[in-house]
Design a protein around this ligand. Structure first.
Ligand code: NAD
Length: 438
């Protein structure tokens, strides 16, 4: 990992120190995805079966997962794994239910009632990656908030294995969280199917979930088409920034850095600390622990563009973190809760030595679908609100219109929108006439 001293860097050096790895995509990725999306729109299920045969190497007769396949998946699964899926789902449910937005009603003037009511997005499409490794935890992270929001139709797509089956843990997780229909579909073709609909796959209003470059590009393309679908957020490779002081345990810090580094060659991990001794010890630990990992090759690739940054103080470390806006931020410092107040940009924060980032990926109850690539400056992770529409409502009594009518009419006149002004003034006149008749 590259070592840097923050105060020795000029502005360009600081910018470079916090730069994400450049994403190198297959040449012509946009064009390949555009073609896949167009084919799915033109030929529907036929195109889906064809792309599944060529990209997933499996010949399917139908795309939906049948009730028998769900039963077989459940029977095949280790009971301990099933229990862990149910346990995690329970905690994700508890947190997301408590954190869900509430309806609001306020009287902003006598006789003026303004409300916010919540409605679920009707049909949502969840993408659960399974190319290199199936991710049942993603089915939980997307399915639980969709269920709490009350979405009428929850569709899930995940690539089939070469034997024509979906991963049994993904299917079990989908069942536990009440997903309505699952399709054996991966890549850009899955996104196109959910955005535009085919004979088998329902058209969805909003699409959620991480995925590889083809999935991500397809999400971007369908979200910029007014006839396509909305998406949860822009996605990039996973990342963590750890702020640690001299008293942090190097083995813990190294383990947390490696848990993100093993995600992919383009993942990025940063350690920011005021202690040279801690930076030395962590660098050594990372090397030692990495050698023992099954995914050491991937982790080493990610570590090549990761950084150890020495700062003057924990306060400066938090400033660096806010500038980077990490997907995951770990505070392994004395009194981490005190420093939380200074945190302005992060997807999810982990406080103290006993809170590894892995618990947020799986089982603490928070969501793991989070903004990457600096989007934490302006975006939040997936939550129940992501599956809802917030509709505002207002209702005025005659007293209410008398109270706010003049203000409204003045502003409308200032903007030269006379019809707006008259919609108010003619009602005020009607109220005055009623009073004088009485
Ligand atoms: P995936 O399910 O995203 O993609 C597999 C699909 O890609 C296949 O079904 C196939 O249709 C398509 N594909 C493969 N090669 C293709 C080609 N040459 N042309 C066109 N389509 C092709 O699974 P994956 O590949 O394992 O990727 C999962 C990704 O999700 C990883 O990059 C991982 O880092 C990311 N991820 C991110 C987060 C996050 O929160 N940021 C969480 C989990 C996973």
């Amino acid at each position: 990992m590259k070592r840097l001293v923050w105060n020795a860097l000029d502005e360009a050096g600081r910018e470079a120190a916090l730069a994400r790895p450049v994403q190198t995509h297959a040449v012509g990725l946009n064009e390949v995805v555009r073609r896949i999306v167009a084919e799915v729109r033109r030929h529907g299920d036929k195109a889906l079966l064809r792309f599944t045969a060529s990209y997933d190497r499996c010949e399917l007769e139908r795309l939906d997962v049948t009730p028998d396949e769900f039963k077989e998946a459940e029977a095949a699964l280790d009971p301990t794994l099933k229990a862990a899926i149910r346990e995690a789902a329970g905690r994700i449910d508890a947190f997301h239910r408590a954190a869900a937005p509430a309806a609001v009603a306020v009287e902003t003037a006598p006789g003026v009632r303004v409300e916010r009511v919540l409605r679920p997005i009707n049909r949502v499409g969840l993408y659960v990656p399974a190319g290199s490794a199936p991710l049942p935890s993603t089915a939980l992270m997307l399915g639980v908030p969709a269920r709490i929001a009350g979405c009428a139709e929850v569709v899930l797509c995940s690539p089939a294995r070469a034997d024509g089956r979906c991963d049994p843990a993904v299917l079990y997780a989908a069942r536990v969280v009440g997903v309505h229909r699952v399709f054996k579909l991966g890549g850009a073709q899955a996104i196109a199917a959910m955005a535009y609909g085919t004979a088998s796959v329902p058209r969805c209003d909003k699409l959620f979930g991480p995925g590889n470059a083809w999935v991500t590009e397809a999400k971007v393309q369908v979200s910029t088409d007014p006839r396509g679908a909305a998406i949860d957020m822009p996605a990039g490779p996973s990342e963590v920034l750890v702020v640690a002081d001299a008293l942090a345990e190097p083995a813990f810090v190294a383990a947390d850095l490696l848990s993100q580094a093993e995600h992919g060659l383009d993942s990025q991990v940063l350690l920011v600390s005021p202690s040279d001794a801690l930076l030395d010890a962590v660098a050594e630990e990372v090397e030692r622990q990495c050698a023992a990992l099954p995914r050491a090759g991937i982790a080493l690739g990610a570590l090549a563009h990761s950084r150890l940054i020495r700062v003057d103080s924990v306060a400066q470390a938090i400033e660096v973190s806010n500038r980077y806006a990490p997907e995951h931020l770990i505070l392994q410092v004395a009194e981490p809760r005190v420093w939380l107040a200074q945190v302005e940009c992060a997807g999810s924060v982990f406080l103290g030595a006993w809170t590894p980032e892995s618990v947020g990926d799986y089982a603490s109850g928070s969501n793991h679908v989070l903004p990457t690539y600096g989007y934490a400056r302006s975006h939040s992770g997936v939550s129940v609100a992501s599956f809802q529409k917030q509709i505002s409502v207002q209702e005025l009594t005659p007293e209410g219109l008398r109270a706010i009518g003049p203000c409204t009419a003045t502003l409308a006149a200032a903007e030269q929108l006379d019809a707006h002004r008259r919609a108010v003034t003619l009602r005020l006149a009607a109220l005055d006439a009623e009073v004088s008749l009485a």
